[in-house]
Design a protein around this ligand. Structure first.
Ligand SMILES: [Zn+2]
Length: 199
């Protein structure tokens, strides 16, 4: 044991499992929790549990939601004929935070990646096709990350959705290659949305 307390050791280990948290940061966070008032720690623990216990997947877009249908899909002010296709639910947050996009989303749940054994059948593609067939959809914007898998998945979707009565566009390559959407700044995302091209 490096710590004088097993409890502290366990908490540090849990923190170190979080993305971007190294051993030093984990230790600092654990000591920080130790110094906090009990009620604050209880609120924090409660929030952690509630996020897992209460959040579900939107039946329409597969984004995260507190109910069957998420707040975005429920919002009558949004343009339901414009669907932005993203890899993960967190990408919705990234694009939404720009305040520019007024359409709705569709979460694929990943990208085609043969090396990881992920094929088209593992992604939410059928539900996307159903949405296009059963609703008045004008445009599908593919906003996948600019890397090999994202490009391959965009090509595949272009081919699969091509025969459907819908315009398909891809966000422009304003995003540096290899940069995930979530690390791009608002201005870059807005520019790449505005510069989207039909495929
Ligand atoms: Zn939704």
């Amino acid at each position: 044991l490096k710590k004088s307390s097993r409890y502290l050791e366990i908490l540090t280990k849990e923190f170190s499992r979080l993305p971007g948290i190294g051993p030093k940061s984990a230790s600092r966070l654990a000591f920080h929790i130790l110094k906090k008032p009990l009620t604050e720690v209880e609120n924090f623990a409660q929030a952690l549990l509630e996020v897992k216990q209460n959040i579900t997947t939107c039946k329409i877009c597969n984004g995260i939601s507190d109910e069957d249908i998420c707040l975005i899909c429920q919002d009558d002010n949004r343009n339901k004929s414009l669907i932005c296709v993203v890899e993960e639910a967190k990408d919705i947050l990234t694009i939404n935070s720009t305040g520019e996009f007024q359409g709705v989303f569709h979460v694929l749940g990943g990208v085609i990646s043969p090396l990881d054994g992920i094929g088209p059948e593992d992604l939410n593609i059928n539900s996307l096709i159903n949405r296009i067939n059963n609703n008045q959809i004008e445009e599908i914007i593919l906003a996948l990350n600019p890397n090999i898998e994202g490009d391959a998945t965009s090509l595949y979707l272009g081919k699969i959705l091509g025969p459907l009565e819908v315009k398909i566009t891809r966000i422009a390559h304003g995003l540096p290659v290899g940069t995930d959407l979530e690390f791009a700044d608002s201005a870059t995302i807005i520019k790449s949305l505005e510069g989207r091209q039909e495929i």
